[in-house]
Ligand binder design. Sequence first.
Ligand code: ZN
Length: 213
Amino acid sequence: MLDYRKQQEWSNGFGHQQSPIGFLSATAQPEQLTTSLFEWSSPLAVTTVIDRETNFEATGTGNARLLQQPVTFQQLHFHAPAEHQIDGHQAAMEWHFVFQDALGQLSVVACFAELGAANPLFEQLLTHFQSRQTATLPQALPVNSWLPQAGGVVRYLGSLTTPPLTEGVHWYLAATPLTVSVEQLQQYREFFPQDNNRQLQDLNQRRLFKSVL
Ligand SMILES: [Zn+2]
């Protein structure tokens, strides 16, 4: 099992574009896009919940375009507490919607979750999760409502936040948070007591771009 307390030992044969990062939003360069940043071209849905030992992963289906690049939705998984930090703030959770293009290049749309109203999608996943199992959901659960539809987005080039820590991952961080309830987070932490956030990595010379959906 991945041990986040020993993450300094995770081998990283890569260079200077690691994730997650922390930054001040004022340092992100505004960009005016001539096309839409996100197009959720088809209904995206999750169909199974898999125990990944340090969190659970909901595998999915559906097509989208990220910066006009066609991608397929792979899976959604969770980090508690959040991995990225904007303006020094660490949210209660961070949700990673993972996409892949035809060449195998990965993109992650990250949504923060703060404590507040219960989240119906998260509730369904908590209900159907089974320890050490791959649980098939009784019906595919649409996830489009939980993807960013409005608000600010910061994008940058980074890496996977778990081994093999591969670089070349396109990150999109949505500023407008989702919510989960205290009870939901407690239930999740009963399944996964260990924090599963990787520590902040050096920004180095990377540029951050911000736009508004
Ligand atoms: Zn992740």
